[in-house]
Design a protein. Structure first.
Length: 217
């Protein structure tokens, strides 16, 4: 019998939270043990699942990157699941430490596969995620090599690591190494809050033109 994987779900849509719990219950080892409409509500609860799915757009007006960083700081691994992505927010939540990104139209098989990999400590780069990273045009974006960009573009079309490896005449592990380097560059990029005395000072500077709120406020 496979070990139980406990999951948290943060989404301001009650139907989505209930649907996620019912959907994942079809997988014998996956269980949603905590749901909430906000990060503050989730962290106030008793359950502490390692993996948390997080909607990118919460109705309380909190900044997505702030939500991710708060959850990561609390010891959770975050899978961003959303329906209306904004490129900057996907990229910023990647920098803030999100382990994976999925669109809400994703099939159950892919969702379960990503959750399992994240639970095991992996950082999978899905086709949706690769597409957003490949289209990163921010002035302060991480510098990616031509090969890394090419691989992101291929992943975004749905090509498997094995197919990409055959195209380049290398092993699938080499493709995975390139993707790991991309994710490492994003984790290291624009992480000024690690050097600041107060992370929320950094957040306030970044969101002056967005009027976003503190996720714990």
């Amino acid at each position: 019998m496979e070990a139980l994987i406990e999951i948290g779900c943060i989404d301001d849509d009650l139907m989505q939270r209930q649907g996620m719990a019912a959907w994942l219950k079809t997988e014998s080892e996956l269980r949603v043990v905590a749901t909430a409409a906000s990060v503050a509500e989730f962290l106030a609860g008793p359950a502490r699942p390692r993996v948390v799915t997080l909607d990118l757009h919460l109705a309380n007006g909190t900044l997505p990157a702030d939500n991710v960083a708060t959850l990561v700081e609390a010891g959770h691994r975050v899978v961003v699941v959303t329906v209306l992505p904004e490129h900057d927010w996907v990229q910023e939540t990647t920098e803030a430490g999100a382990s994976a990104y999925l669109h809400k139209s994703t099939c159950l098989e892919t969702l379960v596969s990503v959750i399992r990999e994240v639970q095991a400590g992996g950082i999978p780069t899905t086709a949706d995620h690769a597409g957003h990273l490949a289209r990163d045009r921010r002035p302060g974006r991480p510098h990616l090599s031509p090969r890394e960009l090419e691989i992101l573009e291929m992943v975004s079309t749905g090509m498997t690591h094995e197919s990409i490896a055959r195209r380049f005449g290398c092993g699938a592990t080499t493709v995975g190494t390139h993707l790991a380097k991309v994710r490492a560059k994003y984790r290291q990029a624009d992480r000024n809050w690690e050097k600041a005395a107060d992370y929320h000072d950094w957040v306030r500077e970044r969101r002056l033109d967005r009027g976003r709120l503190d996720p714990l406020g």
